[in-house]
Design a protein around this ligand. Sequence first.
Ligand code: SAT
Ligand code: MN
Length: 594
Amino acid sequence: MSTSSTSEFGTQPFTNPHAAAYVRAMADLTTPDAVFWCDGSEGERDFLYAEAVRQGVLLPLNQEKLPGCHYHRSNPNDVARVEQSTFICTEMAEDAGPTNNWADPKAMRARLHALARGGMKGRTLYAIPYLMGPPGSPLAKVGIEVTDSIYVVLNMRIMTRMGRVALEHLGEADDFNRGLHCLLDCHPDRRLICHFPQDNEIVSVGSGYGGNVLLGKKCLALRIGSYLGRRQGWLAEHMLILGVESPDGRKSYVAAAFPSACGKTNFAMLIPPARFAGWKIWTVGDDIAWMQPGPDGRLWAINPEAGYFGVAPGTNAKTNPNAMATIARDTIYTNVALKPDGTVWWEGHDDPAPAECLDWQGRPWTPASKEKAAHPNSRFTAPATNNPAFAPEALDPQGVPIDAIIFGGRRAGTVPLVFEAFNWSHGVFLGATMGSEMTAAAAGTVGQVRRDPMAMLPFCGYNMGRYFRHWLDMRKRLAEPPRIFHVNWFRKDSEGRFLWPGFGENMRVLKWVLDRCDGRVGAVESSLGWVPRFEDFDTEGLEGFDRETFEKLQRMDPDEWRRDLLSTDELFMKLYTHLPKELVFQQQLLVARL
Ligand code: SAT
Ligand code: MN
């Protein structure tokens, strides 16, 4: 077996002996024709893009209109995360817990190795060293991903700190996540995304889709990360992080958990409406937060990622101008529609539907076509530093101190626009009982409400009951815990129209949240928590929004909540062996208040 001979790039094996040995062991298993050792340099990037274009994996887009941008179509059977094929492999099934698929590590490893054996024959193995978190951060983690997908290499290059910086962070240590990814024949029957938290290892076969194969993201930063976080005293969360700068220059930080494809990227990049002149929102992260108590007793957060893997449909200059600016260059577009001029389009784009284009499967499409031009889960991969609102503090190894945590789901009914938890354990209860309608981000039934605790149902790498315990225990280490809130941007009226305009107007909710954190504003006690008074809620400049609409948005129907509690009950029953009794107590209190 040789190293890649096609260029000067990729020929330098890692000097860390453990990292090099891992890559060689994976090469022995998968028998590629060549091994390409990534260093993350710009020369290497240019070489890899040219190579991906040569292989037909990427198409260059119109370089005048979209400089540095490329286009990718995935296999039509491989367009979302597959929760049914995602496993947590621990010695004891109860360590994975009832919300995860569990497999015996020995048996699963044997099955995976049988699948991967010889799986890279005729192909190149790319060895990717990557760092999750700002260099020098005490929370940062190194991974080595071995893959036969050049698309994965180029996405990882955007989403993580890839190359030499990671190896430097690692030094001589053996402390890195081992990740093997193998496309195989991309057949759903041979698709497995497996985590071995006890060995800090991931094996993913049979898929080429983002969340299944960019191993730093959901696999390491959330599933393995949450497992490590519990043992090491920190939290790995499915949360955006944003900074709010007030006109007097003061900055506050908010972390918010919403399920996949519920607007985390839009919220993290929000541009305040005209009414909030002088206010500015800064993006620290749009998907994942790693948080730990600091010496000052506050909760400090970093964004482990370096890019955005965002949902394209619905993104436009009105819903998210910063995203549009971010993805105007150096972006990889996956499964969107391709226009004849080499630009891209999706449902909800600023441009009108093109008279003709190719849809996400490469088929001719016109506005008369019945199917969508872009896949509902089509994505852009873009560097965070392209974002005009990129917070420089995102590079700070210590992270940012969190003032408020927001939980939220996509709910057409039942759940008010905003309310505040009475205290930390009530807040944990709100997170634990979050519900949301399913989206296209995961293969499954779109629209159905399911319990998605802290938006971590698909991502918690261990027993969810213990995860709640870990959250509750965190309070003891926080002298100044963030306040906890619950929001729902998606409530509809009886005609099915959204009651709340959302997007930039969410600034109004954010303002109330921060006013509460700073003790600037009172609130009314309700069964659900503290709720805003109409007088305190800034509606100036919000056309047609009156007290009546506000009351509709904030309405709390005890019967609907009792019904909702039945499905919370179902989750709690499932978790009963490890469910902290504080949460049962919180539920009883809620029932009593209702
Ligand atoms: O596809 S990803 O898992 O990377 C994004 C998401 O579903 O949150
Ligand atoms: Mn996500």
